[in-house]
Design a protein around this ligand. Structure first.
Ligand code: HEM
Ligand code: HEM
Length: 222
């Protein structure tokens, strides 16, 4: 008996996706915006940390013959850190805009490309062989991880806006919890990015050859 290839063994091609142009543009713009945002977080938490630069400002000015207090040095060091977090805030607005665009894309795109419909179709899929069942489980797992990512990034956007408009009535008094949530949920984002990239590389080098080029130009996974 001839052995079936993987594609032949799965009778329904609901697991073989094409990505619309809008999703592909959205994906790579989001990738750039998030990378830029993460660079600001990395710099803000290391090189530009106010506390770590106070002594350096004092020493540098001392060498030039000016003696300043710790408080004065703090104000200078803090200004640089402020500039960086302002950049983080501006990139944050871009991320908010991208998130809004993703919602609009979801509403506007053909129904077979909607995340909700893809999940619903996968749930309805009844496999006639174990290979198909495994494929269904894997597909649903990946899509659910995307859903968790969308909830996490939405939380970052809402709390980020809460921090950006810190002087607004109602928001002033709840800055501490907002900052707490913003700082906590960041780890979901890092974890997603790490596992996503590992997952995509494994898929590309395994049985889903062409998955990455499928996110660049419209091409089937298999
Ligand atoms: C997923 C992407 C994001 C990550 C990983 C991230 C991470 C962070 C971190 C670690 C902080 C420092 C918190 C602290 O001091 O304890 C911060 C602060 C902040 N973030 Fe984000 N953030 C992200 C997205 C956003 C978005 C979408 C906005 C929306 C505008 C935003 C606005 C802000 C603001 C205004 C601050 C306060 C900066 C300051 O202290 O002056 N962030 N973010
Ligand atoms: C900041 C980094 C990244 C983020 C936040 C991100 C986010 C996402 C999201 C949310 C999706 C699902 C889109 C949807 O259908 O709703 C996705 C899919 C995808 N991403 Fe990324 N991505 C990142 C980096 C990358 C990189 C570096 C690659 C390539 C090496 C990549 C390749 C892909 C591919 C091939 C898919 C489609 C996978 C599938 O069909 O399930 N991503 N990404």
């Amino acid at each position: 008996m001839a052995t079936l290839t993987f594609a032949e063994s799965v009778p329904v091609n609901i697991f073989i996706e094409k990505h619309s142009l809008s999703i592909r543009i959205w994906h790579w713009t989001t990738y750039l915006a998030l990378t830029a945002s993460l660079i600001t977080v990395l710099l803000g938490s290391t090189l530009f940390k106010t506390r770590d630069n106070v002594a350096m400002v004092q020493e540098e000015l001392q060498q030039k013959g000016a003696s300043i207090t710790k408080d004065q040095a703090w104000a200078v060091a803090h200004e640089y850190s402020d500039k960086l977090w302002d950049t983080h805030k501006i990139i944050g607005y871009v991320i908010c805009f991208l998130l809004l665009s993703r919602m609009i894309i979801e509403i506007a795109q053909p129904s077979e490309e909607k995340l909700k419909i893809k999940i619903r179709n996968a749930l309805r899929f009844r496999s006639k062989n174990p290979e198909g069942l495994n494929e269904q489980r894997h597909f649903l797992f990946v899509k659910r991880v995307y859903l968790i990512f969308y909830v996490a990034i939405l939380t970052m956007a809402i709390t980020g806006l809460g921090l950006a408009f810190e002087d607004a009535p109602y928001l002033k008094d709840i800055q501490k919890p907002i900052k707490g949530v913003h700082s906590f949920v960041q780890y979901f984002i890092y974890s997603f990015i790490l596992f996503h990239i590992i997952g995509v590389i494994r898929a590309e080098t395994g049985r889903y050859k062409g998955i990455v080029s499928g996110m660049i130009h419209k091409k089937n996974k298999n």
